[in-house]
Design a protein around this ligand. Sequence first.
Ligand code: MN
Length: 327
Amino acid sequence: MNNLELKRAILQKIEEFQTIIIARHVKPDGDCIGSSLGLREILRLSFPEKRILSVGRPASSFFDFIGSEDPDVGEEIYREALVIVLDTANRDRIDNENYIRAPFVIKIDHHIPVEDYGHINYVREDLPATALIIADFYETFKNKLKMNSFAARALFIGTVTDTGRFKYSGVNAETLKLAAMLLSYDFDITKIYSYLYIRDISEFKMHGYILNKFKTTPRGVAYFVITQRLLKKFNISAEAASSLINVLDSIRGHLIWIFFVENKKGVYRVRLRSRLIPINELAARYEGGGHAQASGATVRGKGQIKKLVIEADLLVGEYKDRNPGAF
Ligand SMILES: [Mn+2]
């Protein structure tokens, strides 16, 4: 099926079912919540007679300003529901075990395809956020679907968070066209950016500490290990500390930057970022994966930290050998 045929098939399933449950990945980010609540609002407006829910386990409160998801419903309801899973590349990351009971599952995602767990799998690698896939879906069927400023705002937040405020490499003409459509609705962009940027003072202190203490490798990897002791010292959550990863971007000659955040004793969540060099295969060797320029992984013990850093250093070396003069 081509793009339009897939979208038609999805709309047909939406029309067919009386109950629709939207699911998303574990540890939801702005795109996850924004695309879920945006799609829920569009469907509720467009099909007021249907029961439409957005369900996931309670997550960090950081994205509460987008809106609230629905409390979970009993598993019985899933047996007659259409489940639409957003922003999730593989089964294991779906934050809703009950999706498996549904007679029909649709996957809508923009990550590199890992697993076709849906009856329909609609993956748009050409769009840098799932929120934009939803915006495009609305745009395609706008004679049948309804949008309002709540939905547009949620989708806009999903877009700006997944694109680094329109900065990352996936941003293209289509991104800006769809974002322009969303911005034609009435919502306060200054407030959105306040929610996204305002930080506690502890994060600024940690930020300064990282800039002073990060380590580098000979060929150009910058990295920093955040131990549980350090989290305690700065009175900061692992999540808030992890979000500082991009303080190490843009260092001349350093094309890969990595955070190791100690989750529980000796187990580290790895955040990998790069410019120019794909790092998702490296992440895949350490129980992880993700995008070419942004991936996650897990390592156990200091030895594995060292090993991963050496492998990243090799990648940078190889890249620089092939591309002399690269920054
Ligand atoms: Mn996303």
